[in-house]
Design a protein around this ligand. Structure first.
Ligand code: GCB
Length: 565
């Protein structure tokens, strides 16, 4: 699995495919051999759902088609060209002049495939079929019942070409992949690397000021760094390995830092760190899950303003650019797999043959491989979250998660977290994780509106987890739906005052519990969901509005979090 990000240099090129495409709702018998008929214009990147005015497009379940013409400059006839789409949901088939060249399952990880070219032709019809159906062999999982898509999680099943898309080229015998591992000692660090390339490479190391500080010959080696500048919260010190062969060049940035879980604490560079931040979503008006740098920058500026040091990519891997920004801003990222919806919120069993079973597990492993391949060198990624609110009290859950943890552990040394909703006593899997994520909504989904009950119930539920599993706990979700601008004195649920009281109550409880390694408020911003009687225009638990403006609680959090840094 190779997913180095496309770059331009003297040996490599890329051509953006962002912008106008042709689009149509299709069916499963769509004829790709003919150019698209009756199409509409569409913008990439973006979800398609909220761009048009018809419900039948917004709510379409099944296949849609995107089409574009691609053309290569004459001078590049001998290069090897590839297609890279940051993400397109959910299942994807890529055709070139009507011929299938690639299929991909997974709406949150890159589509990356080589473009077979004919010497005499330089212009091709690129057709992308996307199928947004979710079933037991997709992540998130879903069910189709009576032709209706049923999802068991709380965000929109937005569909489209969501992230930046390129054609990019690599030379023959290219530098295919670079693995970097750092070890920190008291006065120096070791930078170990492995390059995957058929040719012999030279590796140069540059410090955060871009000054060359080391060189090594060979595809596997180590470079010493004296007095390294450690990557840290708010200090996005990035080193750069410049790898070159006789016909290729690739620069990979990385940070020097350590992460470990030790005696129920999370340590960054040997120092205890308390996580302050949010579960987030990729979600905006109009563009849905489309990723845009300017909007991402706004989110990072708000994270900095409020004094957050971390976030969880709930409930799926985000666009690559988000991790690049996190590296630079010095923000800690908990990278979550799209394993959400593994819960029917009823008595029905999830972990069973024909439901979430070995086939689902294979899909999971493939997506974890892709996630790890894509994100392995980002210093901002400090932990992997393997699932959100699965039915971990079921007997079959143990077998599934045992294998998931074994597999993830065989790839990464980073701490592994599983985010839980069930109580400690019935949980069958929490002992497998290094960190337990707990989502708690006492005073909201239970004991609605009663904040007096929160201290005792919350403390008991957290303490029970710690006593049972002896693992550090991240309070990974807590929050209350809040209508921006609704003020009530005394407070009532949905008012801004209630959100302040709710969040403050939780903070008061956890401040005395030293096994709690952090607090992630649910959610960073309001976001859209499937329609439902508990959702008026989406989920309103945001500390910021969907338009990224602060609710009252944002100012309160800012005061506390900045003081606590
Ligand atoms: C949860 C889920 C999250 C929901 C949230 C809510 O426990 O993990 O996806 O959005 O609750 O607001 O209901």
């Amino acid at each position: 699995m190779i997913l180095l990000y496309p770059v331009v240099n003297q040996y490599r090129n890329k051509i953006s495919l962002n912008g106008l495409w042709k689009f149509a709702i299709a069916d499963d018998f769509y004829d790709v051999t003919k150019p698209i008929q009756d199409y509409r214009l569409i913008g990439v990147p973006s979800s398609y759902n909220d761009l048009f005015t018809e419900k039948k497009i917004r709510d379409h379940v099944g296949t849609v088609v995107y089409e574009n013409t691609i053309e290569f400059p004459d001078s590049t006839i001998h290069n090897n060209w590839f297609l890279r789409i940051g993400a397109a949901g959910n299942r994807c088939k890529v055709y070139l002049d009507g011929l299938l060249i690639y299929t991909h399952n997974g709406g949150f990880l890159p589509i990356d495939c080589s473009i077979p070219r004919k010497v005499t032709i330089n212009k091709y019809r690129l057709t992308i079929l996307l199928n947004n159906r979710l079933d037991y062999q997709t992540l998130p999982i879903g069910e189709i019942i009576d032709d209706k898509q049923i999802i068991h999680y709380d965000f929109r099943n937005y569909t489209g070409i969501h992230r930046d898309s390129f054609l990019y080229s690599k030379p023959n015998h290219a530098i295919e992949d670079i693995y970097i591992e750092t070890n920190v000692f008291s006065k120096y660090a070791e930078v170990k690397y492995q390059v995957f390339c058929e040719n012999e490479c030279i590796v140069k190391l540059f410090d955060p000021n871009d000054i060359e500080i080391g060189i090594s010959h060979g595809n596997k080696g180590m470079i010493h760094v004296n007095n390294p500048k450690l990557w840290d919260i708010g200090k996005g010190y990035l080193y750069r390995l410049e790898v070159s062969s006789n016909n290729d060049l690739y620069s990979e940035t990385f940070g020097i830092r350590t992460i470990e879980v030790f005696q129920n604490k999370l340590l960054l560079n040997g120092r205890e760190v308390y996580l302050k931040g949010f579960g987030m979503h990729e979600d905006h008006e109009i563009i849905g899950k489309g990723s845009f740098t300017a909007l991402n920058i706004r989110d990072y500026n708000l994270l900095q303003w409020i004094g957050a040091n971390s976030f969880r990519t709930s409930h799926y891997p985000y666009a690559e650019e988000m991790y690049e920004l996190a590296d630079r801003y010095g923000i800690l990222v908990i990278n979550e797999m799209p394993a959400v919806g593994l819960n029917f919120w009823s008595g029905r069993t999830v972990f069973a043959e024909g439901v979430v079973d070995n086939k689902t597990l294979e899909v999971y492993k493939q997506q974890f491989l892709e996630l790890y391949a894509r994100d392995k060198n980002h210093p901002s990624v400090i932990m992997y979250s393997l699932a959100n609110e699965a039915n971990t009290h079921e007997a079959g859950a143990f077998e599934f998660f045992n294998e998931v943890v074994r597999f993830a552990r065989s790839k990464t040394n980073l701490p592994l977290m599983i985010v839980e909703w069930v109580g400690a006593k019935e949980n069958k899997v929490a002992q497998l994780a290094d960190v337990i994520g707990l989502n708690r909504y006492i005073g909201w989904y239970s004991d609605f509106g009663d904040l007096d009950i929160v201290p005792e119930k919350l403390r008991t539920s957290l303490q029970e987890y710690f006593d049972t599993f002896n693992k550090p706990i991240l309070l990974s979700e807590f929050g209350a739906d809040t209508l921006a601008g609704l003020h009530k004195l005394p407070s009532v649920p949905f008012s801004e005052e209630f959100q302040v009281e709710f969040i403050s109550k939780y903070q008061e409880v956890i401040k005395d519990l030293d096994f709690i390694i952090g607090e992630h408020v649910w959610n960073f911003a309001d976001f859209d969901t499937k329609p439902g009687i508990t959702r008026v225009d989406g989920n309103k638990k945001g500390v910021f509005t969907r338009n990224r403006q602060p609710k009252m609680v944002a100012h309160i959090l800012r005061e506390k979090w900045i003081r606590k840094s």
